[in-house]
Each structure stands twice: as structure tokens, then as C-alpha cells.
Design a protein around this ligand. Structure first.
Ligand SMILES: [Fe+2]
Length: 532
């Protein structure tokens, strides 16, 4: 063992220090060694506090992830050195039949996270994985590779979930997701964290954030670590592969492209200029990358990140993960919920941005797969909340109708069949049919849309709202609404897709049972959503 190896991550002593004193002490004990690699770290506190995760499966591999953070709520508690991590992939849950091993570096630049892009695996196979650092082993995770590109699997089972405000409720839904059987992947549409300050405990704030509103890189790291310390969330990551995306709260509420929430909104007297907001985005995306089982292609560059990407589930499904935040125009009409102002009619409106839009259009028209799944954030379908005239939410595709029309015209004109949209963001479950003219159910039905409710955001909720009957009558293309927390379980076969809305009757206390609130099917070749 070298002197570097002997350097102990002396966490118990550091734990007695605090703030600047701890930082000074750390610097003092790591003078000349700070650029060296620690091959055999010795930990005095368990370093795998964030669990393990996997994601973005390909036919021959998958990303496996972990992060060393013995002091998860205090910047991680690691020395300013890279640390070696060993990883193992096994065919069995007891990790006896090892099929691959390797070494990765947990670098201080990335918060001591590792993203191993494993290759050389068998298509359509289940695997188990774990990490070791020094003499300490991580929990064991389970994952799956995608089928071969030319295979036609009998079924694809996947979950759509997101919006997990830590303060608003327990992550019971993640526990139920962890226990779902035969899941190929979980699509997380975003709002993995919420950026706001800790609020006072109350009937609707049942547990508290760890800090004030997050701005610095340590703020964001500690916030992700706080969320990731939840055992139910960790169990879901250990159980299934994830397709990670982000929505607004990974950065700031309702941001849009280069614009912060405050920019362009009369509700805020002091806008954050785009060049200042870009600094916050840069930090937020770095820590999002550090915290997620995603590929190196998603490593941010400055304030920009390429999160849109796709994967294939053989000839059964093509899944496009979209980013509806980074390239959109600022929300029109001051980002209100209300009647559309003239700016909504902007013929050049962008919600995907030109590059992502043309990539998506090309993929939709040319993929050989039966189902085209769009894993994205904000509702595409018309949701008219008015009483006598149109009233919409300016944060959704409803407020960017020119962009929606380009998408729908493309689907119609190129005869793209079997488009299934996964959505989140609104903390309610919805199912509906998207027509060529979103206001005319007699126009061609082009796609189905399933909006997953939140894991915990907005608390216990209710089955319906006082407005539900009116909203459903004004929007005849909408087949389902429910205001409980939960997630959506989907199954796609060559013949149909089935969406089962799993709901929980409460999240402000732990332990709610899982109930099915609605089941809807879409037959291949007919985009209309029907009761199952
Ligand atoms: Fe949310």
C-alpha cells in the first residue's frame, strides 16, 4: 500500500468540523497528493449512500452509475482526488456468475460519480451489477439490455413517472415501481428535484428540503443527494433501467430556453438576464449529468446539454426522449393560465427547436419499429380550461400551436402510424387522443397521449376536481383524468398498447397501497384511446 493509498478518508474527524473549517482541514491534509489517484481508499463512513442506477439500454450494453458520497448532504465528503472504483456485471442476483469486470475513476470534477458505458453484453438479457471502492461494496442493481435491432419482442413493459417534490409527500410510488415485475425500463420525464428553499412543516409539507434555494454546485449536489438518499427512490433505481430526462425544476421553475422563470413575466419585477441564467443552467446540468445513469453524449458543454436521444426496442418500439425546455421560445402572454394573447399565434413558434424537430421528424418517418414512443414533458393535447372561451396553460404545447401543427402535419402527411406520447409535468393523470386539428375530434386521430401523474408533487390530491366535469366536456378527445399521485405502467405488443394508471390515495403518510385508477388501450393502426 502506498502512502497515497494509506490516505484515509477521515470522515469521522471531518464530521466534527464544519463549513470553512472542514474545507481548510481537507486542503491541509491533501497538499501534494491532490492530483493523484487513490486506488485503495479506506472509508470511515459508507460511501455508496446514493445507491446504484442503470440506464439507456442498447442491445449490447447499458450505463451503470454510482457516486461516492460518504457525507451526502455536505458536498459528498470525498478528498480532492480521483478514486478507483471496480465494477462487476453478473448473470445472477448473487453475483456469482460474473460476465464482465472493469475499473473506473470517480473524479472530483464530477462529484465522484461514475458512468460506465458497459458493452459486449447479450441483447434482451437481464443482468446484475455492483461497484466496489476499496473494501466496500455497493448495493446490487438489476438492469436489462435492449433486444436486437431486428428482433420483434412479444412485449415491452415500461413505466412513465416523474415530479417528485420531496417536501410534498413520501416516495411510496417509487417503492411500488421497484416492486413491479418484468419492467424493461422506467422513463423519467423530469422534476427529479425541486429547486426551492425548505418550507415550514405543515399538513402539505410533510418533510423538508435540506437547504435554501439552490444556486451553487454544492447546493445542487446536496439537493440531488438529499433526494437520492430516499430508500424508495434508491430501490426503484436498483430494480430497473431508467431513461432520464429533465423538465423545469432541475434548473428553475418554468424556465424556457435561455429565459429564466422571471424573464418576460410581469409577475416578477426583476428579470434574471439570460447570460446570468446561463451560469445557473451550467451548474444545474453538470449536477444532473453527475447524478444520472446517462451516456457521455449527455455531458453538458457550458450551459448547453444534448438530452434528446433515442433507443430502439427491436422492431416493436422506437423511443425518442425529447427535451421540451432547452430550445423553446419563452412562454407567450407572460406565462399565465388564461386566454391566448396574440403572441400564441406566432407562426415560427419553437418548443423543440429546429435541430431536435428535424431529427424527430426524420426518426418518425423512417424508423422500422411499430410503436413510436415520444417520451417528453408537457402536454401536447389541447386542454381547454375555459368556461365560455378558450383558456390554456402557456407552458404547454397549447401555447406553441405552430410547433404542434408542424408535428401533427408531419405525422399526417408522412402517414406515421402508432405514435404514443408520454407526458408529465402537470401532476395529474390524463389520457387523450391527439387529432390533426386539436379542437376537432372529427379530424384524423394521429396519436395517443398518456400523462403520468406525479410521484409526490401536490400531495394527496383527489380523484377529481370541481372543474373536472366541465373540462372533460369541453375537451371530448380526453378520455381520462385523475388527480391522485402515482405513475403509469405501459405495455406495448405488436397489436396494441395498454396504459394502466397506478394511483395512491395518499402520500403525506407513508405506506399507501397501489390502486388502478384507469386502464386504456390503443390498437395498432388506430390512434384513438379507448377504455381497457
Ligand atoms: Fe413537477
Amino acid at each position: 500500500m502506498t502512502s497515497t493509498d494509506r490516505h484515509i478518508l477521515d470522515l469521522s474527524r471531518r464530521g466534527l468540523l464544519c463549513g470553512a473549517t472542514a474545507a481548510a482541514a481537507l486542503a491541509a491534509i491533501l497538499p501534494a497528493r491532490s492530483r493523484q489517484v487513490i486506488a485503495q481508499p479506506l472509508f470511515r463512513a459508507y460511501p455508496f449512500t446514493q445507491g446504484v442506477a442503470s440506464g439507456d439500454p442498447l442491445p449490447d450494453g447499458v450505463v451503470i452509475w454510482t457516486r461516492l458520497a460518504p457525507e451526502p448532504l455536505a458536498g459528498g465528503g470525498m478528498p480532492r482526488s480521483a478514486v478507483e472504483i471496480q465494477w462487476e456485471i453478473a448473470a445472477d442476483p448473487a453475483m456469482r456468475q460474473i460476465v464482465q469486470t472493469g475499473t473506473a475513476l470517480a473524479r472530483p470534477e464530477l462529484g465522484h460519480s461514475v458512468h460506465v458505458e458497459v458493452t459486449g453484453l447479450e441483447p434482451g438479457h437481464a443482468y446484475h451489477y455492483r461497484f466496489r471502492a476499496g473494501r466496500v461494496a455497493s448495493p446490487i442493481g438489476h438492469t436489462r439490455t435492449a433486444p436486437a435491432l431486428d428482433a420483434m419482442p412479444a412485449a415491452l413493459r415500461y413505466i412513465s413517472a416523474g415530479c417528485q417534490n420531496f417536501e410534498a409527500g413520501h416516495f411510496t410510488a417509487w417503492r411500488h415501481i421497484a416492486e413491479e415485475a418484468d419492467i424493461d425500463f422506467v422513463s423519467h420525464y423530469g422534476d427529479y428535484i425541486y429547486e426551492h428553499a425548505a418550507r415550514a412543516l405543515s399538513p402539505t409539507v410533510v418533510r423538508q428540503h435540506n437547504s435554501d434555494e439552490i444556486y451553487t454546485i454544492d447546493d445542487y449536489r446536496n439537493r440531488y443527494a438529499h433526494y437520492r438518499s430516499d430508500p424508495d427512490l434508491q430501490a426503484a433505481h436498483a430494480a430497473h433501467a431508467f431513461l432520464m430526462s429533465f423538465d423545469d425544476h432541475e434548473v428553475d421553475n418554468n424556465w424556457a430556453g435561455i429565459h429564466s422563470e422571471e424573464d418576460g413575466s410581469p409577475r416578477f419585477p426583476h428579470a434574471v438576464p439570460p447570460e446570468i441564467f446561463a451560469l445557473r443552467k451550467q451548474i444545474a446540468f453538470q449536477v444532473w449529468y453527475e447524478s444520472m445513469p446517462v451516456r457521455r453524449a449527455q455531458l453538458p458543454r457550458g450551459a448547453d446539454i444534448t438530452a434528446w436521444r433515442a433507443l430502439r426496442w427491436g422492431r416493436l418500439a422506437d423511443i425518442a426522449v425529447l427535451d421540451t425546455r432547452s430550445y423553446r421560445d419563452d412562454q407567450p402572454c407572460g406565462d399565465i393560465n388564461g386566454p391566448p394573447c396574440p403572441a400564441v399565434a406566432n407562426p415560427a413558434a419553437q418548443i423543440l427547436g429546429p435541430a431536435q424537430e428535424s431529427w424527430l421528424f426524420d426518426r418518425l418517418a423512417n424508423t422500422p419499429s411499430t410503436w413510436k414512443i415520444l417520451a417528453q414533458q408537457v402536454p401536447i393535447m389541447r386542454r381547454d380550461f375555459g368556461t365560455t372561451s378558450l383558456s390554456i396553460s402557456m407552458d404547454k404545447w397549447d401555447a406553441y400551436p405552430a410547433a404542434r401543427t408542424r408535428l401533427l402535419n408531419h405525422i399526417h402527411d408522412r402517414s406515421v402510424k402508432n405514435v404514443s406520447v408520454l407526458t408529465g409535468d402537470v401532476h395529474q393523470a390524463w389520457a387523450g387522443t391527439i387529432h390533426l386539428d386539436p379542437d376537432d375530434t372529427k379530424s384524423p386521430a394521429l396519436a395517443s397521449e398518456f400523462v403520468a401523474t406525479s410521484i409526490s408533487s401536490n400531495g394527496d390530491g383527489s380523484e377529481t376536481l370541481p372543474t373536472t366535469e366541465r373540462v372533460l366536456s369541453r375537451n371530448p378527445h380526453i378520455a381520462f383524468f385523475n388527480n391522485r399521485r402515482g405513475y403509469t405502467l405501459h405495455e406495448a405488443t405488436p397489436a396494441r398498447t395498454t396504459a394502466t394508471f397506478r394511483g395512491l390515495d395518499y402520500v403525506t403518510r407513508p405506506g399507501a397501497a397501489r390502486m388502478d385508477k384507469g386502464v386504456f388501450v390503443v390498437e395498432a393502426g388506430d390512434a384513438r384511446v379507448k377504455k381497457g
